[in-house]
Ligand binder design. Structure first.
Ligand code: SAH
Ligand code: SF4
Ligand code: F3S
Length: 436
């Protein structure tokens, strides 16, 4: 038996891909290890979204190369979005790297690993004709977590001016509903009760199957027929693809959880236009109104970028205003990071100090909102899907329908149980409660 160690950076799609890479290597006699030192193959599944994310890879490679001194047979590979964007540069900058594989060709990993064990270096960053999902072995590993990710859509045709994803992941492609349902059934048969459907633009999902057009909402409804599947989520969505049928699903589909990650990036129309987002701040407000009419308790999460080239104080105030109007329960915010090859890369940047100040102010507001909404949960009853033991003895942690982490003490709680929990306290990033 040989051992493969995979380190994952970036988004949930990479988490899913890492699992699939491990199962792709199994027929070649590899099992997963959590220790770099005992690995025969180390794969870094990388993210290119911001400069820091990409730089981390080079420093990690700088450390990993020393492992080759103790284990000359060790092979090191770089996968994911940095591999796609700067594969050849990686090969030049770090001679310890044996293979580079892009996100659309990792089903070819076993043959690439064979090449490198014969002493050659290899790079594959094609967008192959064949679909990787059709060429990957079925994942039949036992699951020890009741939740799972399932990629249904990949790639992006939106070309936001700041973003590398359309270049690293390619055009939008939606997997066949038949294959998705089959994979979901197999996950449920292995103990999964909650599935999060993944896509770079998951709500742009569209696939013609036996003459019928499947949208994301239709797919969700089909999946909700799987009786032991209790919960469905999806991420990440784009405001322009938030169609009425999907909004209705939030009202009508009991298994679809009341949580939505809907990035807006900025609250200024001027900046949104420069970002090529193709929607205004009011378009976004109207979508949220519709969603909240359909599902009043929906918890919203968003992504924000501060300091995009040309962002004025007034633009920034517009973003704060939008955040105040919406009220987010969860959020992710970033300083703009110029990415080579993107349309915004050549624009004049605003100063690092201003970016830093704006980010701090934005995050203070978002944190206040998160804390306020969490405190509102005290005294309320939620349904918690328990996943794993907590930090304290006898404690279990799970997720509410709104994706809050909830801690509960109780000896009889098992991973995979869904229990009604009364919320008692709210901590920084989680809630605590008791089963009544
Ligand atoms: N497909 C998703 C998310 C893509 S990347 C969407 O369209 O919303 C995740 C987040 O990273 C983005 O929502 C954005 O907020 C942030 N991001 C992307 N490129 C960035 C850049 N160049 N600088 C800073 N943040 C960026
Ligand atoms: Fe990037 Fe925009 Fe596509 Fe999201 S929609 S992946 S931010 S280009
Ligand atoms: Fe990063 Fe690629 Fe995901 S750039 S955010 S790993 S799609």
């Amino acid at each position: 038996m040989k051992k493969v160690f995979v380190k994952t950076y970036g988004c949930q799609m990479n988490v899913y891909d890492s699992e699939r890479m491990i199962s792709a290597m199994e027929p070649s006699g590899y099992v997963e290890t959590k220790s770099k030192e005992e690995a025969d193959l180390i794969l870094l599944n990388t993210c290119h979204i911001r400069e820091k994310a990409a730089e981390k890879i080079y420093s990690e490679l700088g450390r990993l190369k020393f492992l080759k001194e103790d284990n000359p047979d060790l092979k090191i590979g770089v996968a994911g979005c940095v591999a796609q964007a700067e594969g050849e540069e990686i090969m030049i900058r770090q001679p310890a790297v044996d293979l580079v594989v892009g996100p659309q060709s990792y089903h070819r990993l076993p043959s690439m690993v064979k090449t490198v064990t014969n002493g050659k270096r290899t790079l594959d960053t094609e967008f192959p004709e064949e679909n990787k999902f059709d060429h990957l072995p079925k994942d039949l590993k036992r699951r020890n977590n009741p939740t799972a990710f399932l990629t249904v859509q990949e790639g992006c045709d939106k070309f936001c001016a700041f973003c590398v994803v359309p270049y690293t992941r390619g055009v939008e492609v939606s997997r066949s509903p038949e294959k998705i349902i089959e994979e979901a059934r197999s996950l449920v048969d292995r103990g999964v009760v909650e599935i999060t459907l993944l896509g770079q633009n998951v709500n742009a999902y569209s696939n013609n199957h036996s003459g019928e057009n499947y949208t994301l909402s239709k797919l969700i409804w089909k999946l909700s027929d799987i009786s032991n599947l209790q919960r469905i989520r999806f991420t990440t969505s784009h405001p322009n693809d938030m169609s009425q049928d999907l909004i209705d699903a939030h009202r009508d589909c009991e298994k679809l959880m009341p949580y939505l990650h809907l990035p807006v990036q900025s609250g200024s129309d001027h900046v949104l236009k420069k970002m090529n987002r193709k929607h205004t701040a009011d378009d976004y407000r109207r979508i949220i109104d519709k969603l909240r009419k359909a599902r009043p308790d929906l918890l919203l999460s968003g992504d924000f970028i501060v300091g995009f080239p040309g962002e004025t104080d007034e633009d920034f105030l517009d973003t704060l205003r939008l955040i105040k109007d919406i009220e987010y329960g969860q959020s992710y915010s970033f300083k703009y990071s110029s990415r080579p090859g993107t349309p915004a890369a050549n624009r004049e940047e605003i100063s690092e100090i201003v970016k830093k100040e704006r980010l701090a102010e934005l995050q203070t507001l978002l944190k206040e909102q998160q804390v306020r909404l969490q405190k509102k949960m005290i005294g309320r009853e939620v349904n918690v899907l328990f996943e794993k033991p907590g930090r304290l003895a006898g404690q279990m942690v799970g997720k509410s329908e709104y994706l809050h982490a909830v801690h509960v003490t109780g000896d009889r709680i098992r991973s995979g149980d869904i229990n009604k929990v009364r919320i008692i306290t709210s901590e920084t990033n989680s809630l605590s409660g008791r089963i009544e």
